[in-house]
Ligand binder design. Structure first.
Ligand SMILES: NC(=O)c1ccc[n+]([C@@H]2O[C@H](COP(=O)([O-])OP(=O)(O)OC[C@H]3O[C@@H](n4cnc5c(N)ncnc54)[C@H](OP(=O)(O)O)[C@@H]3O)[C@@H](O)[C@H]2O)c1
Length: 213
């Protein structure tokens, strides 16, 4: 795995790109408006980055990060991501995405929605409960007692294992929530959401999460 494809170049996509390049990956990044609109970001990221269409970023990535507003996931290209690990950073904001009854009622999860849209990919939750700026600002070496922990979740062991490796390379510990059906524990407004927490604190916060908020 050497190239990270990134679909979405906003707050999270650009920060994941910065951390990935600092860690040694190549990055192919995309947005909805076209690669030419990403010239400034690519210049900042340097020679290990290039811009592409969403399909191009999907094709180029050994692993692909989907980091668009939830309302846009139906537009994420399916075929270029087939057979690949896909990292899902997405959260549900009804104010932005419109109301989705199954999420409001607690009978579905954001990541299961993406997994259904990408049936030939292996989706793992990642980077959804950290503010974008903290991806680079909160990183600490393994073993540091102040190291922050982040959650992942997947129906595929190799996908959650990859996120754990990437978190470690970026400077974070991992707690695995289990299958995507349980990923609501780290969704918006739960105790683990966008707070700085150690691995032990994250385990506690995940355990006390209510199913609906
Ligand atoms: N901001 C945070 O701190 C944070 C933290 C954790 C998780 N999240 C979640 O992560 C996701 C991304 O958040 P964000 O804050 O990075 O969003 P953002 O700043 O609004 O950026 C969204 C990006 O997605 C692109 N995009 C939209 N539709 C697309 C499509 N159909 N194909 C390709 N690219 C498309 C946009 O491109 P254009 O600009 O060209 O339209 C933009 O680059 C959201 O679900 C959010 O809730 C955000």
């Amino acid at each position: 795995m050497s190239t990270l494809g990134i679909i979405g170049a906003g707050h999270i996509g650009s920060q994941v790109a910065r951390a990935a390049i600092a860690t040694g990956y190549d990055v192919v990044i995309s947005n909805s408006r076209g690669p030419e609109t990403l010239a400034d970001l690519v210049t900042e990221l340097g020679p290990k980055a290039r811009a592409a269409t969403a399909a191009g970023a999907g094709e180029a990535g050994d692993v692909v990060v989907v980091t668009v507003p939830l309302k846009a996931i139906e537009q994420v290209p399916v075929e270029p991501l087939a057979g690949k690990i896909v990292i899902d950073t997405n959260n549900y904001y009804f104010e932005r995405d419109g109301h989705i009854a199954a999420l409001d009622e607690g009978t579905d999860t954001v990541s299961e929605m993406l997994q259904r849209h990408l049936p030939t990919s292996r989706v793992a939750k990642g980077f959804n409960h950290i503010m974008a700026k903290d991806i680079t600002e909160d990183a600490l070496p393994a073993g540091d007692p102040k190291r922050r922990a982040l959650a992942t979740s997947s129906d595929f062991d190799d996908a959650s294992t990859f996120v754990e490796k990437l978190y470690d390379e970026f400077g974070f510990d991992t707690v695995n929530v289990g299958p995507l059906a349980d990923s609501w524990r780290v969704e918006r407004d739960r105790p683990a959401y966008v707070v700085r927490q150690s691995k032990a604190e994250l385990v506690e916060n995940l355990a006390k999460a209510p199913r609906t908020v």
